[in-house]
Write a protein that binds this ligand. Structure first.
Ligand SMILES: [Zn+2]
Length: 206
């Protein structure tokens, strides 16, 4: 698809929004009050707003390969701080997805070369936890089930990482129970989201 097409699509999109609702864009000019911070995968098949039927202004979004929460990721921690301290967002969702290329690569015998391999070393821990659990079981899951298990474990791991981060702990100290941390998995084949971590399952570090 040529980029000119995208610019044309943008023009028609803006025109259609205005035709439906003349105040649509004006409403957003005074600021934003998103309901949720979404930490998702960069995968093009998992567009947060579309799968949740949200429009502009509803979700504050951070995406990277395999929806990873890394302690030393200044980009992510800045998004977190802005979300909690300035936008006063109370819910954070880490959303993984089935058929995640990042998780598949992290599960491979040999990781791909370069930055992506370094990055996926974090998700490789999720694979290790799943392998450890399976080591004691007699029957092994098929490949798709195994990948789904690692996808879920990866979401749990990244939610756990959030519980240790300074900005999250600070928020929970000032306002107990906030942020509420959620772990979800989006199924590419069905378009449905499953909940794998509820805020009640999570304990934020003091
Ligand atoms: Zn992915």
């Amino acid at each position: 698809m040529a980029l000119e097409d995208l610019l044309e699509q943008n023009k028609s999109w803006a025109r259609e929004r205005l035709a439906d609702d003349p105040e649509f864009f004006k409403r957003h000019t005074s600021g934003q009050q998103p309901r949720v911070l979404w930490i998702g995968c960069s995968d093009s098949r998992v567009p947060a707003e579309q799968i949740l039927a949200c429009g502009p202004g509803e979700l504050f979004i951070h995406r990277n390969v395999a929806n990873i929460v890394a302690y030393n990721d200044v980009s992510l921690t800045s998004v977190l701080q802005y979300a909690l301290e300035y936008l006063k967002i109370e819910d954070i969702v880490v959303c993984g997805h089935t058929m995640c290329g990042g998780v598949i690569a992290a599960c491979a015998e040999v990781l791909p070369d370069g930055c992506v391999a370094d990055w996926l070393m974090i998700t490789r821990w999720a694979k290790r936890w799943v392998d450890q659990r399976l080591a004691t079981e007699k029957t092994k899951p098929d490949e798709a089930t195994y990948l789904r298990m690692v996808v879920e474990e990866n979401v749990k791991l990244q939610v756990d990482h959030l519980t240790h981060l300074a900005v999250v702990r600070k928020s929970n100290k000032t306002n107990p129970g906030i942020p509420r941390l959620h772990g979800w998995v989006y199924d590419i084949a069905s378009g449905r989201v499953d909940v794998v971590v509820n805020p009640g399952d999570v304990r934020i570090d003091p």
